[in-house]
Design a binder for this molecule. Structure first.
Ligand code: NAD
Ligand code: TYD
Length: 337
């Protein structure tokens, strides 16, 4: 079986490639990635001899069609996206191009050349947010889409297009909507690696607002396993929510990172809140559990320790990143906050 993994040089896509190589060594894997600021070929260096790597933009119809003609994929899993909410607030248009147009270009190629499954990697952020005083509420697959940021709006638009291609053209699609991931190879602009990197450098730890926002954290390998199960046993035309009932307040995560690294909480600095900041995300994962038997396997206490250890053991990976384009992003985003 030939699987195209778009965005495979990014955080979750690369972890998914490692997962496939370990669990399905017979699959042929083609990674299609534009290598934006968030994509790093060095992440895949240990497996480059076992996969095909194609540097291409998912919006580039000619290139996408060439890759389909040459590789004849059976399955495509679309991780390629602009993925950071703060960047989407700075520059929405790029998010619309990659996340919406790119998804449609990929699905057009699937229609033209045929595919057994097009899987769209979605996010729980399409459901908007939940109030802090209603811990009884969770996102189910039936929760209406109700987005807050340009990022989540572009992901919701992509999900709607995916369902439209299923209904209109009969494209065999599936969608997963996962909660916040953490683990190795996450770009240091996101909460957990940013706080680890800053704490190690004894820099301020910028917590937005009062740090009371809640996210439902899932170890990246558990997400990869869920997608693999959906590809194998999930029903075509269905949406599956993925989350592990692991809700944490941002401030508690940052304090935990300080404790694990032996750094003082005095590094924590409350900064201006994110515009339109979602309060709480929380997934109801009953559908994927009852239909596919999926359950998260990594407890947060273990996953966060493994993640911190990975960042300590792999400083050269992220230090190279934080020295490049990221410097000017960090200045823009945090200097006057
Ligand atoms: P990431 O930003 O780490 O990686 C994105 C990858 O896509 C990079 O390798 C980048 O080079 C590539 N890419 C971007 N634009 C491209 C283009 N036009 N053509 C080809 N490649 C392009 O993102 P991530 O955190 O790994 O997220 C992957 C997917 O999972 C995204 O679709 C995201 O919306 C979704 N998701 C992420 C989370 C999370 O917590 N990180 C949670 C739920 C869903
Ligand atoms: P992030 O990792 O950007 O993921 P998302 O916005 O997609 O959930 O942020 C996670 C939470 O952490 C979110 O509530 C915003 C907050 N946050 C901070 O408080 N400070 C930071 O520097 C960053 C990047 C995020």
């Amino acid at each position: 079986m030939t699987v195209i993994v778009t965005g495979g040089a990014g955080f979750i896509g690369s972890n998914f490639i490692f997962y496939l190589l370990k669990n399905h060594p017979d699959h042929k894997i083609v990674c299609l990635d534009k290598l934006t600021y968030a994509g790093n070929l060095s992440t895949l260096s240990s497996v480059l001899d076992r996969i095909v790597f194609e540097k291409a933009d998912i919006c580039d119809r000619k290139e996408v069609e060439r890759i389909f003609e040459e590789q004849k994929p059976d399955v495509l899993v679309n991780f390629a996206a602009e993925s950071h909410v703060d960047r989407s607030i700075e520059d929405p248009e790029l998010f619309l191009k990659t996340n919406i147009i790119g998804t449609s270009v990929l699905m057009d190629a699937c229609r033209k050349y045929g595919i057994k499954r097009f899987h769209q990697v979605g996010t729980d952020e399409v459901y908007g947010d939940l109030p802090l005083d209603r811990p009884d509420l969770f996102f189910t697959e039936e929760t209406p889409l109700h987005t807050s940021s340009p990022y989540s709006s572009s992901k919701a638009a992509a999900d709607l297009l995916v369902m439209a291609y299923h209904r209109t053209y009969g494209l065999p699609v599936s969608i997963s909507r996962c909660s916040n991931n953490y683990g190795p190879y996450q770009f240091p602009e996101k909460l957990i690696p940013l706080m680890i990197a800053n704490a190690l450098a004894d820099k301020a730890l910028p917590v937005y607002g009062e740090g009371l926002n809640v996210r439902d954290w899932l170890y990246v390998e558990d997400h990869c396993k869920a997608i693999d199960l959906i590809l194998q046993k999930g029903r075509v035309g269905e949406v599956y929510n993925i989350g592990g009932h692991n809700e944490m307040r941002n401030i508690d995560i940052v304090k935990l990172i300080c404790k694990e690294l032996g750094k003082p909480e005095s590094l924590i600095t409350f900064v201006k809140d994110r515009q339109g900041h979602d309060m709480r995300y929380a997934i109801d994962p009953r559908k994927i559990h009852s239909e596919l038997g999926w359950l998260p396997e990594t407890r947060f206490e273990d996953g966060i320790k493994k993640t911190i250890k990975w960042y300590l053991d792999n400083k050269e990976w992220w230090q190279e990143i934080v020295s490049g384009e990221y410097q000017s992003y960090y200045e823009r985003m945090y200097a006057k906050r």
